[in-house]
Design a protein around this ligand. Structure first.
Ligand SMILES: [Zn+2]
Length: 297
């Protein structure tokens, strides 16, 4: 039996123990009760490492642990968080090494693997559906737009910043780049575009027939279709999943209608699209599974 600890860092931290890739026992959460959006953004990096270690120790409960997986938002390579726009204190941290050192002092000795949060969701979906040998891709729709894939492949994979329009007026992306997917779909970007309406109101008014809002909702879906079509043309058809805080905005038939105008080559038509509930468990399982798989490589 393999034992892993999976941890997810979003606006909060959730940790749990996995036995043979299944959740065993209760998960723990910080903060324990529901939280303000930015409770973790004010915590310095070193304190965040201590917090993570405390959560991991509490779920490890003395038994042996083979690997520890932590999913964080941002660009992660070789245990280093190279970029993390929503948890800026993580940028540049050697999170795997730092966390392993603190854990070792607390009596937990196991390799620590850091994964991008969207990659962890893709791994979690693949594991829970028994398709670890298949290509699984995930879009996370929130303040930013994340792209994750399983199996893990070395690279940057900032799919949310793929260029989907040549219109020079499309400049709302959080990264500052022109024409990016996140510049149309991201929550912050939508607020900048509609200074008089919240994104929820834009989607609600589109349903009621408001012309300007309807046009935007079409653009939002066309943008996601364009990003998805690009990845189909690069890595092939297969399974695409959609999740995240704002996945409720997504109208799958509308997305499919736009995607069908963009993907025409017959070997590429066997893709599937599915909405996933926005939960922490999938990413937690994926973080643990990624850590176990990383042991073998
Ligand atoms: Zn961007």
């Amino acid at each position: 039996m393999t034992t892993a600890i999976g941890v997810v860092v979003t606006e909060h931290i959730v940790a749990g123990k996995l036995e043979d890739m299944r959740l065993a026992g209760e998960t723990v959460r910080y903060p324990e009760k529901d939280d303000a959006m930015d409770v973790l953004t004010a915590v310095p990096g070193s304190e965040l490492v201590d917090l993570l270690a405390g959560q991991i120790v509490s779920v490890a409960s003395k038994g042996p642990v083979d690997a520890i997986g932590v999913a964080v938002p941002g660009v992660v390579r070789h245990g280093v968080v190279e970029e993390s726009p929503n948890l800026t204190q993580l940028k540049g941290m050697r999170l795997a090494d730092d966390l392993a050192r603190v854990l070792s002092a607390l009596g937990v000795n196991a390799p620590v693997h850091i994964a991008n949060d969207a990659d962890a969701i893709a791994a979690g979906v693949a594991a829970t559906r028994g398709q670890l040998n298949k290509l699984t891709r995930v879009w996370t729709i929130g303040n930013g737009i994340g792209y994750g894939r399983w199996p893990y492949v070395e690279g940057v994979w900032e799919g949310g910043h793929i260029t989907i329009t040549l219109d020079p007026k499309e400049r709302f992306c959080g990264c500052g780049g022109v024409g990016h997917l996140e510049g149309i779909m991201g929550y912050r970007a939508m607020r900048m575009r509609f200074l008089d309406l919240e994104p929820e109101e834009v989607f609600a008014q589109a349903k009621k027939g408001d012309q300007r809002c309807r046009e935007f909702v079409e653009l939002w879906h066309r943008a996601l279709a364009a990003g998805t079509a690009s990845f189909i043309h690069l890595a092939g058809p297969g399974r695409f999943y959609f999740t995240g805080h704002n996945v409720g905005f997504l109208d799958l038939p509308m997305l499919r209608r736009h995607l069908e105008t963009m993907v025409k080559m017959s070997p590429l038509l066997s893709y599937s699209l599915e909405i996933l509930p926005n939960d922490d468990a999938t990413a937690l399982i994926g973080a643990g599974v990624s850590a176990i798989r990383a042991l073998a490589s």
